[in-house]
Design a protein around this ligand. Structure first.
Ligand SMILES: *Cc1c(COP(=O)(O)O)cnc(C)c1O
Length: 239
C-alpha cells in the first residue's frame, strides 16, 4: 500500500539509511565509552546541500543543523523558518558578519578572534541584542593559520566571551588535525575544556567529532558531534 510507512522502501544509500547507520554507530560508541546517548547532540552539517535536504532530515528527526557560510546559512534558515531547527554556525566568521549571523543562528561554534567576539557585544544601535550560545574554537594543530585560538589563549578568549554578556558560553570546539591520531587530539581538547570550565562552570560542552572520527570524540567526552558527509553523502561543489 503506497504511503504505509511499514512498506515504504528506504534507499540503502540515501540520507535516511545513512542517518540510521550513523545513529547506530553513535549509540555503539556511547555504550563503549560508558556514556548515555542522551548526553550527545548530533549536529548534521548540511553545508553546500540544498534546503530540501535539510527539510528531509528534519522530517527524520534531525533537530540541529550546521552551516559554515553566512549567506548560504541565512538563505536556508529563512527558507526553513517553519521548521523548529537549531542552527549552528561552524565556519570562519568575520566580525562584519557576526551581527547578521546572530539573527538566525542559535549557536556560534567558531568564536576564535577578539574582533568576532566583540562584535556580539551590545552597541548603541543594538543595546539589547539576542543572546546566542557560543563555543570557543581551539586550534589543535601546529599551524597558526588554521581556525581556532591556540590552546594557551583559550583562557583569555573565555574571559572575553563572558564579558560580552550576550553569548552564553557552552564550551569548546575543535577539528582534529589531519596528521595526528584523533583520539590523542581530542584528549588534549578534553584537558583544555576542563580549564575553560574552571573559568566558566556552565561551559561544560565539547564540540568534536566529524564523519571520520566521531567515535574517538565520544570516547574523549564530546557532547556535540558535527557530522556531514556520513549522513548527507558527498557534498556538491561549493556553490
Ligand atoms: C564540514 C564540517 C564538518 C563536517 O565534516 P564531515 O567530514 O563532512 O562530517 C564538521 N565541522 C566543521 C567545522 C565543518 O566545516
Amino acid at each position: 500500500m503506497a504511503g504505509d510507512p511499514r512498506l515504504r522502501s528506504v534507499a540503502p544509500d540515501g540520507p535516511e539509511a545513512r542517518l540510521a547507520s550513523v545513529r547506530g554507530a553513535v549509540a555503539d560508541a556511547a555504550r563503549s565509552a560508558g556514556r548515555s546517548v542522551d548526553d550527545l547532540t548530533l549536529v548534521v552539517v548540511t553545508k553546500y546541500h540544498p534546503a530540501s535536504l535539510v527539510r528531509e532530515l528534519a522530517a527524520l528527526g534531525v533537530t540541529d543543523v550546521g552551516e559554515n557560510r553566512h549567506q548560504e546559512a541565512q538563505a536556508k534558515a529563512a527558507e526553513l523558518a517553519d521548521l523548529d531547527l537549531t542552527w549552528h554556525f561552524v565556519g570562519q566568521l568575520q566580525s562584519k558578519k557576526a551581527r547578521q549571523v546572530r539573527r538566525y543562528a542559535d549557536v556560534v561554534q567558531s568564536l576564535d578572534r577578539d574582533s568576532v567576539v566583540d562584535a556580539f557585544a551590545p552597541t548603541e544601535t543594538e543595546p539589547d541584542p539576542r543572546v546566542i550560545d557560543g563555543f570557543v574554537q581551539v586550534n589543535l594543530t601546529d599551524d597558526p593559520g588554521r581556525g581556532g585560538v591556540q590552546p594557551d589563549d583559550v583562557d583569555a578568549m573565555v574571559e572575553r566571551v563572558l564579558a560580552t554578556g550576550t553569548i552564553r558560553l557552552r564550551g569548546v570546539m575543535a577539528v582534529a588535525p589531519l596528521d595526528e591520531e584523533p583520539r590523542r587530539a581530542f584528549a588534549r581538547l578534553r584537558g583544555i575544556s576542563s580549564r575553560a570550565v574552571a573559568l566558566a562552570p556552565d561551559a561544560t560542552d565539547i564540540s568534536a567529532g566529524m564523519s571520520g572520527d566521531f567515535a574517538e570524540a565520544i570516547a574523549e567526552g564530546a557532547t556535540h558531534l558535527r557530522i556531514g558527509t556520513a549522513i548527507t553523502g558527498n557534498r556538491p561543489a561549493a556553490p
